[in-house]
Design a protein around this ligand. Structure first.
Ligand code: B3K
Ligand code: ZN
Length: 873
């Protein structure tokens, strides 16, 4: 273990800043061996500081300080204190000007925070604490300043020079040129951005609701110009949606997006200059799958929506991260639901939540939506802060109704415009407009863990009374032994034997749970109904009601709620699979329940045209979902049960599946990306994948034909995936053909890497190691690391969990390698190992010892140290 542990930061220690920075003038001089950053800061004592201390502590990491000038006088080294992570000045006047000159080395910056190089460009990433790698500054979100930025660089290499706001001046001399940008909006430094490179752009415009014309540009490397249209259209749709649904209008005259190939996350909402991981913005049907199209649309929307929920109103401190992220995820998710199928979007979101977020909430890194403490804030950009945070906002929407919720959001934006605020401020606005007491509801922000709801019911035929008994509890999580009851909206349906919903006496069919145990009584119920609980997944909880398989098949075909129809199918499949796992553990023959086969048949025979939904309905629950449902994860039994089920489905229904596949395949060609066409493709390819996973004889030919005839990446990649999954004869040849066709396209090659890393047959440890040595692989590129190492550890259950622990050791080696290069990515990769306590003893021990080996390594980054040390507790 590290000798000196990283410091833990606590929410309870929050203090207002003692100093404010009204103006920030920056000058960047970019060179091939480094960059000089000159800052000119107008600083003053904060009149609202509590217990003011006249000590100015500026954050700064990996900077070479060249000059420090206070009100025109160069300071001598004995007038300030410089240490590893900052600079301290004392006894300062009420207001003063500080000039700081630092020299930094973007070329050597592999952590991809601050100013760094990606391909031939310079770019920045400052959230959460990257600005301190650029210059000494008050790097905290509650210090908001007006920024003016001048960028100076060689003209030929870097013809494009961008920053936030509007360009106001430019000039050139010899072979260098410069541009000055001014951002009229005050902002925290985490929203600062700069890009310099040899870029080209696609341009369009948007006329806002008040009639202002906004120039829209997407900057990319020249060879990516033909991949920008979809992001541009998505941006315009987002701008319109935010005007219509939230009354939010864009506020600058320019909105720029830049695509960057080396990026730690998806994208970043810098004011007026969003920077995107190229994989989350570039798409055309030839090179990107439908799933990518939808992801690009959602992320473009998400970053755009941040202009209000994040930028105009920002976070007081990083514990409030969900203030902007939870709200913005809720906003982007509703946007996608409006653009496509609401039920399908809900299914996808809930799938992610119930597998990955529930696992996080039940693991050693569990934290509340508003965490109480952290060592490294980068570790808290989590599914809990984002996805559970969005569910919490969704529950407010459900409790208040759409109209009051909109009133609350209007009040929030109006009251807090230009401020850095807290999640409490957000809830207070909702409270005020609805006149409701949301004190108990606030526990969703402060308590971690997934609540469990147990429902039992009784029906009394004589009195025609039906009762639901509902109890709630929440298991202990690290640092939180005891939980208080939550305020939970349960959207309920009671489905009568005729398949119709009974009328129930609750506004919008929402029952509010507030106590540990409650009973709800319904009168005049003429026969026993089937309860449809938490429709549309109205709360992020685990639901325990002893459904019979008959009730589940009944709900699958009769529930008026699309999400719950799908969920009934998943529950049925899960319960069947659980029986099969038990049989596998007991060494008995694995039986597939007839009721499930019949339900599956009816999905296949459904002639409706909601294809996207049918694709979801027929999906066999994933290994990760099944693992999350298990008390103890028995890897072999899990795989055995799931594989056996898929084989049985194919054995039983092969001809029907093939027929459905062929009808769809022949009725759709081309590259359309409308919802209906994408839905058809997803269903068709889900059928093909089932044939591949279930050992169909015919899949090799079908997939190979599809592979050769494909006119779009969805069909091409699905066919390749099917061939690889089925380990068919044609697979090796198809992988080679795909490589030949696409090796010049970095993003397409990421899929080529993942398809192999995820496969039993092609993703053996040996092959995966070879992939990491491939010419097109780079350990410095996060997308490549994720597509090989991340996919192997997260999706290739058979190979990653090899009984000899070789998969775990391989992952540990990578974590240690990346610990130095890119700590953020390293810490993310630890996730699969952190779940060691959930596994059967042998694997559990092996995972733990790989973690312990990481923990013993010298010089662990804060990022990795925090995750590993908490996981070993
Ligand atoms: N706000 C950024 C995430 C920054 C992550 C920093 N480690 C992207 C987003 O959520 O929109
Ligand atoms: Zn965000």
């Amino acid at each position: 273990m590290k000798e000196s542990q990283p410091r833990t930061i606590y929410l309870k220690d929050y203090r207002r800043p003692d100093f404010l920075i009204d103006e920030t003038h920056l000058r960047f001089q970019l060179f091939e061996d480094g960059a000089r950053v000159t800052s000119h800061l107008h600083i003053r004592q904060n009149p609202d500081a509590v217990d003011f201390r006249n000590v100015l502590r500026l954050d700064g990491v990996d900077l070479e300080l060249q000059h420090l000038v206070l009100d025109g006088r160069e300071l001598q080294p004995n007038e300030y204190v410089l240490d590893e992570d900052g600079l301290t000045l004392e006894r300062l006047p009420k207001a003063f000007v500080l000039n700081v000159v630092t020299w930094i080395k973007p070329q050597e910056n592999t952590c991809l925070e601050g100013l760094y190089r990606s391909s031939s460009m310079f770019c920045t990433q400052c959230e959460a604490e990257g600005f301190r790698r650029i210059t000494y500054y008050l790097d905290r979100p509650d210090v908001m300043s007006r920024f003016t930025t001048t960028i100076e660089a060689e003209k030929d290499r870097y013809p494009v020079l961008l920053s936030n706001g509007n360009p106001i001046e430019s000039g050139e001399s010899d072979n260098r040129h410069w541009v000055t940008w001014e951002d009229p909006f005050r902002k925290p430094c985490y929203l600062f951005a700069l890009v310099a490179g040899n870029l080209e752009f696609v341009e369009s415009h948007y006329d806002t609701m008040s009639g202002r014309r906004v120039q829209l540009r997407i900057y990319v490397e020249p060879h990516d110009l033909e991949k920008c249209d979809h992001a541009m259209d998505s941006l315009k749709r987002s701008m319109k949606w935010d005007e219509e649904v939230y009354g939010r209008e864009y506020d600058l005259d320019i909105f720029n997006i830049v695509a960057v190939s080396d990026f730690n996350m998806g994208a970043m909402e810098n004011k007026g200059l969003n920077i995107f991981n190229s994989s989350c913005v570039l798409a055309n049907p030839k090179t990107a799958t439908d799933a990518t199209f939808q992801r690009v649309e959602a992320i473009v929307a998400h970053e755009y929506f941040h202009n209000w929920s994040g930028n105009r109103v920002t976070c007081r401190d990083w514990f409030q991260l969900s203030l902007k992220e939870g709200f913005t995820v809720f906003r982007d998710s509703e946007f996608s639901a409006d653009m496509h199928s609401r039920a399908v979007k809900r299914i996808e979101d809930v799938n992610l939540l119930r597998t990955a977020q529930f696992a996080e909430d039940g693991g050693p890194m569990a934290h509340s939506v508003r965490p109480d403490s952290y060592m490294e804030i980068s570790n808290f950009y989590t599914l809990t802060v984002y996805e559970k945070g969005a569910e919490v906002v969704r529950m407010l929407h459900t409790l208040l109704g759409a109209e009051k919720f909109r009133e609350g959001s209007d009040l929030y934006f109006e009251r807090h415009d230009g401020q850095a605020v807290t999640t409490d401020d957000f809830v207070a606005c909702m409270e005020e407009v609805s006149q409701r007491d949301l004190t108990q509801f606030r526990r969703w922000y402060s308590q971690s863990g997934t609540p469990r709801i147990v429902v039992t019911d009784e029906y009394d035929e004589a009195s025609q009374v039906y009762r639901l008994h509902v109890s709630q509890s929440c298991p202990p999580t690290p640092g939180q032994e005891v939980k208080e009851p939550y305020h939970i909206p349960m959207k309920l349906g009671l489905v009568g034997s005729d398949g119709q919903d009974l009328a129930i006496p609750f506004a919008n069919d929402v029952i509010e749970l507030t106590q540990s145990e409650q009973t709800f009584e319904f009168s005049d119920v003429s026969s026993r109904p089937v309860p449809s609980l938490f429709r549309h997944f109205s709360a992020p909880v685990k639901i325990d009601y002893g459904y019979t398989r008959e009730q589940l098949t009944f709900l699958m075909s009769h529930d008026s709620d699309g999400f719950n129809r799908w969920d009934a199918g998943q529950r049925l499949a899960t319960s069947v699979l659980q029986d099969m796992m038990e049989a596998s553990l007991a060494g008995e023959a694995l039986q597939v329940d007839q009721a499930y086969l019949e339900a599956f048949r009816s999905v296949l025979e459904d002639k409706g045209d909601d294809y996207a939904m049918l694709a979801k309905m027929m999906a066999v629950p994933s290994l990760s979902f099944l693992a999350e449902q298990s008390d103890v994860i028995h890897v072999d039994a899990l795989i055995d049960a799931r594989e056996t089920l898929q084989k049985r489905l194919v054995a039983e229904f092969e001809s029907l599946i093939v027929e459905r596949y062929q009808v769809l395949d022949s009725s759709m060609k081309g590259t359309g990306t409308d919802s209906l066409t994408m839905g058809m493709r997803s269903y068709k390819n889900a059928l093909l994948m089932l044939l591949a996973a279930g050992g169909s004889e015919s899949v090799g030919d079908l997939a190979h034909r599809q592979f050769r005839a494909a006119e779009n990446m969805t069909d091409e990649l699905s066919a390749l995936n099917a061939l690889v999954t089925a380990a068919s004869e044609q697979a090796a040849q198809a992988l080679e053909a795909f490589y030949q066709r696409w090796h010049k396209d970095a993003l397409v090659m990421e899929s080529w890497f993942s398809v192999q890393a995820a496969s039993d047959a092609y993703g053996s440890l040996e092959n995966v190691k070879a992939l990491t040595e491939h010419d097109l692989f780079s350990e410095k590129n996060p997308n490549k690391v994720r597509s090989v190492v991340g996919v192997f550890a997260g999706q290739n259950w058979k190979q990653f969990h090899q009984a000899d622990a070789s998969g775990y050791e391989f992952l540990a080696d990578w974590i240690l390698k990346l610990n130095k290069l890119n700590p953020q990515i390293a810490a993310r990769l630890v996730t699969p190992l952190t779940r060691w306590k959930r596994y059967e003893p042998a694997r559990s021990e092996a995972m733990k010892s790989s973690l312990a080996r990481i923990a013993r390594a010298p010089d662990l980054s804060k990022d990795v140290y925090e995750v590993v040390s908490k996981s070993l507790k």
